[in-house]
Design a protein around this ligand. Structure first.
Ligand code: NAD
Length: 158
């Protein structure tokens, strides 16, 4: 049985992904610090013997004791409402979090890290505060993107 690590697995997208992966016959490890997610999103799979939940901030050093076949990075408070409330946490999740998950994938000899980022869209009449938070979001996006492309150049992985 292959094992998937879903970082951000108790969030909106991550919780659906965890459930879908279990249905498809994978073992799933969900790592989340619940900054914007809720354990209630995964309450119906917590007792599944192929599912494990660990409370983990991905921007902190990570130790996963078992072999991981696939790594999904959805651990970011990057939705438009949350990145305005958590600009520093978003930057850390997208920078150190991405780096930690890339290193974990590398340790497990995996060639691919899958993640999702939304694009901040705006209308002409944004306030200065809204413009500032889009700028923070964009910097977080660039940190994540820069790490992925740097890693890809060094290792030839995607
Ligand atoms: N929801 C959408 O429509 C949509 C669309 C495109 C892209 N995305 C992107 O997908 C990702 C997930 O979005 P979502 O809607 O599921 O958001 P969400 O806030 O529901 O889920 C994010 C999850 O990550 C966790 N998390 C955040 N920082 C963490 C950290 N440092 N360590 C561990 N866990 C952490 C949160 O607690 C939460 O459970 C985001 O990057 C978002 O930008 C979302």
């Amino acid at each position: 049985m292959k094992t998937c690590l879903v970082a951000g697995g108790s969030g909106f997208i991550g919780s659906w992904l965890c459930k879908d992966l279990l249905k498809k016959g994978y073992r799933v490890i969900c790592a989340d610090n619940n900054i914007t997610g809720h354990k209630s999103n995964i309450s119906n799979i917590l007792s599944n013997s192929n599912f494990s939940y660990i409370e983990q901030d991905v921007s902190q050093p990570m130790k996963i004791s078992e072999h991981v076949d696939y790594v999904f990075h959805l651990a970011s408070p990057a939705s438009p409402v949350h990145y305005q409330k958590y600009p520093v946490e978003t930057l850390l999740a997208n920078s150190l979090g991405t780096l930690n998950l890339l290193n974990l994938a590398k340790e497990n000899r995996k060639r691919r890290l899958t993640g999702a980022m939304s694009i901040p869209t705006g209308h002409g009449r944004a306030t200065t505060k809204e413009k500032d938070s889009r700028k923070h979001w964009y910097q977080a996006f660039q940190a994540s993107h820069g790490l992925l492309s740097g890693y890809s150049t060094l290792t030839g992985h995607t």
